[in-house]
Design a protein around this ligand. Structure first.
Ligand SMILES: *[C@@H]1O[C@H](CO)[C@@H](O)[C@H](O)[C@H]1NC(C)=O
Ligand SMILES: *[C@@H]1O[C@H](CO)[C@@H](O)[C@H](O)[C@H]1NC(C)=O
Ligand SMILES: *[C@@H]1O[C@H](CO)[C@@H](O)[C@H](O)[C@H]1NC(C)=O
Ligand SMILES: *[C@@H]1O[C@H](CO)[C@@H](O)[C@H](O)[C@H]1NC(C)=O
Ligand SMILES: *[C@@H]1O[C@H](CO)[C@@H](O)[C@H](O)[C@H]1NC(C)=O
Ligand SMILES: *[C@@H]1O[C@H](CO)[C@@H](O)[C@H](O)[C@H]1NC(C)=O
Ligand SMILES: *[C@@H]1O[C@H](CO)[C@@H](O)[C@H](O)[C@H]1NC(C)=O
Ligand SMILES: *[C@@H]1O[C@H](CO)[C@@H](O)[C@H](O)[C@H]1NC(C)=O
Ligand SMILES: *[C@@H]1O[C@H](CO)[C@@H](O)[C@H](O)[C@H]1NC(C)=O
Length: 795
């Protein structure tokens, strides 16, 4: 058998079955074979010395006027022509060997002209050729896979056809034939030397159906129209898919594009002010995708966040996020591309300009500002951004550097060559350009943004390169100039000088709060015994001050910059005072320090602006209303001034002060009572409290006429020998003891009042001099108005 392992069905009795052992002619009309474009009813078989030859028209000695197949001699000289039912195994083998056969074996019958184990002719379906297969050794080694037209002329028979070309339509052509199909624009010539040439439309062309090829883009535009639109948002301006223009004036977020047929998909733009309070700029673009909700944020500086996690895009190859978003980054900016059912949306963002390129079926319903810039902005504002005060509009002072005439002239360059080579209407871009540049200074490459956006639109929609536009317009930098500079939320990245270095600038509204009060940061925070002051680095840079050069009085105390907020914090506390000076001034104790850039240098002159920022915290001691509780302790939070401290008065029945006097404690007359006065929250290294006086009254008022003194001028009342004072003026607490008494002839409450003062320690200066010596009131150096604390005993 020609096909080892294939058992051909027995064909006994099948009509037309013929067998030959010598050269002969036989009738194949029951299964005509199409060969070289002609259909044959008869075949001639000849066994020559070297070859087995099958011819279809005539074979006369050494010449042929017909089409012949030459093959190697069969093992035994016999040939058969038979018809079978379809043989699936054979079909599989043939198709595997000759992949270009794309139709089925003719069914229900198979015409098999098998020339013993040497070659076989098998008829396949109508569109296919008659397959010619060499003998089984070849089949086994599977050399049939590649077939080509042999061009060798060989032997006495003229044409030695080594192998055949299975053309796509499955035809085999005779020399000197020309075939053409106007429907497909396919044209084939087989010249008399069997040189085959074919032609059809090029890869970027399509056939018109009458033999003419036209560019694919033109063909698609006529027969296959697709939505292919670009929307541009640059600075405050937006040019929609149809060329409508609008400007956003607030700092809200807007829906640029959503597709009603793709739920949960949306492209959102957020706006923020930059150098002027009254002009907002595109600040970021977000792609929202449904399913498990995914947010892809394209931010300033080429930053990409996916659901709040930063994505690193270093390689030039696109990164495909599991959500199906393809992200890529180059020097010009970042592009996020996503395919959604029958749409492709690509969003480009360079920090200033976003371009949304939408491709999809014509007539699709669209929504968002990119679909119609004339829609009311309020309708497309995102609800979450409306809850903030983003809609507030600000005014700003006129900028004398803005020249509207000059800028209009510049924007009108879009009407001239080379821009005129692009058939996209430049008017919307000119409008956006003039509107923006007449209200905002030409800084940060602003005037080139509009030309750049137009040129990019031409490239996206028309594949048109506008040669030389950069030279003509002096917009030489295609790179996004703030790539990889991360500014904080209240900052934006801009140029220090035209075309120069970049840095983070304060946004105008953020800065105005500080400029109005002529400050560089937030007020000092005094909390417990620590103090801190926070300055905005962008305000410092506006003043030309390098935060790293700033320090407190102690030069080693420098500011700490927060990497994310770019706020610089200076602080001192009780542990590390950073050279803070403590002073006494009008009822106040002031902890005073200064932030400056002037220090360390012994030079008498300086060539840089000097910074002096006062950095102080104050304890003040206003008179405090006396109050009492019917318990052993009184706690006062002294909230005066900016530093809080608490003052506690507690009474005990033992010297170790473990047994407090509670409201139910029985206190006998002449029993010794210990009273402790304690503060919390004071810097004990620098300050102490001095109990200046303590006295008892039988009325709530501390100045009632009936009064008994226990401590006077910081010392025990010499008239009462039971009174002892300990630790007065030495630290942040002190105590005294006395023996219980009552006002003669009166029962009822006893009110105890003490007056305390804060004192800045300088040696022992706060400790009152007692022991009968003439009290030179060192206490005078303490502050004026004391804190007053009272407690009450009830019978
Ligand atoms: C077969 O070919 C030989 C020469 O190659 C020729 O002599 C002979 O006549 C041929 N037979 C037929 C039946 O055509
Ligand atoms: C095919 O049709 C187009 C458009 O109708 C025509 O411009 C072109 O000349 C035609 N080509 C031929 C070869 O007839
Ligand atoms: C786009 O795809 C959606 C679903 O995948 C289908 O319902 C809609 O008909 C398609 N639109 C067009 C214009 O092909
Ligand atoms: C755009 O929106 C405006 C206002 O809603 C409307 O008047 C106009 O017809 C819309 N334009 C298009 C092309 O839909
Ligand atoms: C765009 O034009 C360039 C050269 O001008 C060409 O190489 C490229 O194939 C074109 N692309 C498309 C999609 O037509
Ligand atoms: C000071 O104490 C008052 C009362 O407890 C409190 O409301 C206030 O926040 C405190 N201030 C500081 C800076 O801790
Ligand atoms: C004050 O400092 C304490 C401890 O240092 C801290 O727990 C508290 O939050 C601070 N209060 C303020 C208002 O900063
Ligand atoms: C005091 O400040 C120093 C340096 O600023 C800091 O290391 C220390 O933790 C602070 N101590 C307290 C109690 O806040
Ligand atoms: C006691 O002080 C109160 C207010 O604190 C004042 O109104 C009253 O006149 C004073 N009484 C005496 C006797 O000084």
């Amino acid at each position: 058998s020609v096909f080892p392992g294939v058992r051909l069905p027995v064909s006994s009795g099948s009509p037309g079955a013929q067998r030959f052992t010598a050269s002969s002619e036989f009738d194949i009309s029951s299964c005509p074979i199409t060969f070289y474009g002609r259909t044959h009813q008869r075949a001639y078989v000849n066994f020559t010395r070297q070859n087995l030859v099958v011819c279809f028209s005539g074979f006369y000695g050494s010449r042929t006027d017909g089409d012949c197949i030459f093959g190697p001699l069969p093992d035994s000289g016999s040939a058969e022509f038979e018809q079978y039912q379809r043989i699936p195994v054979l079909e599989t083998i043939v198709k595997y060997s000759v992949p270009s056969i794309d139709t089925r074996m003719d069914s229900p019958t198979v015409c098999l002209l098998s020339l013993q184990s040497t070659l076989a002719l098998i008829k396949f379906g109508p569109r296919s050729t008659d397959a010619w297969l060499p003998g089984h050794q070849r089949l086994q080694t599977r050399r049939l896979v590649q077939l080509s037209v042999g061009q060798d002329r060989l032997g006495p028979l003229g044409l030695w056809v080594r192998t055949f070309w299975f053309l796509p339509p499955g035809a085999v052509y005779k020399p000197a034939t020309e075939v053409s199909s106007p429907e497909t624009c396919f044209r084939l010539t087989c010249d008399k030397d069997v040189v085959l040439t074919t032609s059809s439309c090029g890869p970027l062309e399509r056939c018109l159906g009458n033999g003419s090829c036209i560019p694919a883009a033109l063909y698609d535009a006529i027969f296959n129209p697709k939505l292919d639109e670009v929307c541009t948002v640059t600075g405050p301006a937006l040019v929609d898919f149809r060329g409508g223009v609008t400007s956003v004036r607030d700092r809200c977020s807007y829906s640029l594009l959503s597709l009603p047929s793709v739920p949960d998909f949306q492209v959102v733009a957020s706006f923020q002010e930059r150098r002027r309070k009254d002009v907002s700029f595109l600040d970021g673009v977000t792609l929202r995708l449904g399913g498990p909700s995914v947010r892809v944020h394209l931010k300033q500086g080429g930053r990409v966040l996916v659901n709040d996690a930063t994505l690193t895009l270093n390689s030039p190859d696109p990164l495909v996020h599991p959500a199906g978003v393809e992200l890529s980054k180059d020097l010009t900016g970042v592009t996020a591309k996503v395919s959604l059912s029958n749409f492709t949306v690509s969003v480009f963002f360079d920090g200033y300009t976003a371009q949304i390129h939408l491709q999809g079926p014509v007539g699709s319903a669209l929504h968002g500002l990119c679909d119609n810039a004339s829609r009311s902005l309020a309708d497309l504002r995102l609800p979450e951004s409306s809850s903030t005060s983003c809609e507030t509009q600000f005014t700003d002072t006129d900028d004398p550097t803005i020249s509207c005439t000059k800028m209009t002239e510049h924007c009108n360059l879009l009407k001239e060559a080379p821009f005129s080579a692009c058939d996209i209407n430049p008017e919307p871009y000119i409008t956006a350009c003039t509107r923006t540049l007449c209200s905002y200074p030409d800084q940060d490459g602003l005037k080139c943004q509009f030309l750049e956006a137009y040129a990019r639109t031409c490239r996206l929609k028309r594949n048109a390169t506008l040669v030389g536009w950069r030279t003509k317009t002096e917009c030489s930098h295609p790179e996004a100039f703030c790539q990889d500079r991360t500014c904080s939320d209240h900052e934006f990245c801009g140029e220090k000088t035209v075309g120069g270095d970049t840095r983070c600038f304060c946004r105008a509204i953020f800065a105005s709060k500080y400029r109005d009060s002529n400050t560089l940061g937030d007020p000092t925070v005094c909390n417990q015994t620590s103090a801190s002051l926070t300055l905005a680095n962008c305000l410092l840079e506006d003043e030309g001050v390098d935060y790293a050069a700033l320090h407190l009085k102690d030069l080693t105390c420098r500011g700490r910059m927060d990497e994310e907020t770019h706020m610089v914090t200076f602080s001192f506390n009780g542990t590390n005072r950073c050279g803070t000076e403590v002073m006494n001034n009008n009822n106040q104790i002031i902890y005073q320090n200064t932030i400056s850039n002037h220090g360390g240098s012994s030079s008498v002159i300086t060539r840089r602006d000097q910074v002096f920022i006062d950095f102080s915290c104050v304890y003040s001691q206003e008179a405090i209303k006396a109050f009492k509780i019917r318990s052993s302790s009184v706690i006062k939070v002294i909230t005066s001034g900016v530093w809080n401290y608490t003052l506690t008065m507690k009474a005990y029945t033992d010297a170790a002060r473990t047994q407090p006097v509670e409201s139910d404690t029985q206190v006998g007359l002449d029993q010794t009572i210990w009273v402790e006065l304690k503060t919390d929250g004071l810097d004990g290294d620098l300050l102490s409290i001095v109990t200046e006086s303590c006295w008892a009254t039988n009325q709530e008022s501390d100045n009632s006429s009936l009064r008994y003194d226990l401590i006077k001028n910081g010392c025990a009342n010499p008239a009462d020998p039971t009174v002892r004072v300990e630790g007065n003026g030495e630290g942040t607490s002190n105590r005294f003891s006395f023996n219980m008494f009552q006002f003669s002839g009166r029962s009822g409450n006893i009110y105890m009042h003490c007056k305390l003062q804060l004192c800045v320690k300088e040696g022992n200066s706060c400790i009152p001099k007692c022991n009968g010596a003439r009290r030179r009131r060192s206490i005078r150096s303490r502050t004026g108005s004391p804190a007053l604390i009272s407690m009450v005993w009830t019978d």
